[in-house]
Design a binder for this molecule. Sequence first.
Ligand SMILES: [Zn+2]
Length: 385
Amino acid sequence: MHPCRTALIYSPLFGNFNFGVDHPFKLQRNRMASDLMDAYGLLALPNMQVRDCLPATDEQLLSFHTPEYIARLKEFSSSEEPRADFRFGLGDADCPVFEGLYDYAALGAGATLEAVRLVEEEGFDVAFNMNGGWHHAHRARASGFSYLNDAVVAINWLVARGRRVLYLDLDAHHGDGVQEAYYGTDQVLTISIHESGIYFYPGTGFEDETGEGNGSGYSVNVPLLAHTDDAMYMKAFDEVAYPLIAAFNPDIIITQIGADTFRTDPLTNLEITTYSYSWMLAKIKRLKIPWVALGGGGYDLMNTARAWTLAWAIMNNVKLNPRLPAAFIDKIEPLGYRNRVLLDAMHWADEDERELALTAVEKSIARIKTTIFPGILGSHGDTSH
Ligand SMILES: [Zn+2]
């Protein structure tokens, strides 16, 4: 057995960009995550490498995006004037136009392509791109802070090589852009667990979105209601995602591990903690499937730092002290952060708020077992894995 080889994708150029002071997406959170990883000694592990990356090329991006959209992005990106073109989703509050925007988005896509290439061609077991996971980017439209869909561009590269891919989206928002790209194929199984689109962006991701044509039964959605807590989240993962991953047994698994599901996230209403988050990632790791992890949402910066530090430790089979290192606490305390622990205790929502969420998740699971399971488990294996 060979030791686990891991890669963290990092380009110093990511530090050059800014969505604007009022935008909820803060690049600062990735710095905080790296600082915390560093404080735990996770950036100098014997079997890990930090790898730089190049921006994705036009040819790679055009495997998903339209030439008109790419041209518009480039044009706006090189302009010093604020510009907008709402046909392409550009220039609203969510997807602001800023100088260098194209370079920023293409670099994020390049980082995910490099992560996938390291696993596919260089035999890495796991690669992690914190600057990826832009799952809301559509073929010709920016949406939800996403301009170029790095996951789709990288998965397209794998599919062209004949690989079967499983895309698991754990962000609080539905992975709509990725689902759309593979809605008609059985080569890529997409699973998204997210806050329900009934009242929540992007308004999609219901159980009955199961794919079409050859892709029928290869698109899986578990919508969750507000107040879904650790116990319910683990139930959804364990009863839906896990058996499907094991049965589909892909050549490679791509996970979007957005950290906006947490109870203190300012944009979402779920009540997850690092308890269920790390429990899930540890289960994925134990499957020993070649694995590429992408960042994603996460608007409580400290939660995101804690989540991705835990994730990186799990990818490297390292157990961490659940209390944050003293040196790190000294650094964050003056900034107003009062966190003391890395790994939260399991959280239960208030009894009177749990009921609705629990009933909903049980209904979703039952429905998916009827619509999706016979196809995937029937043709790819059984639940006894
Ligand atoms: Zn999100």
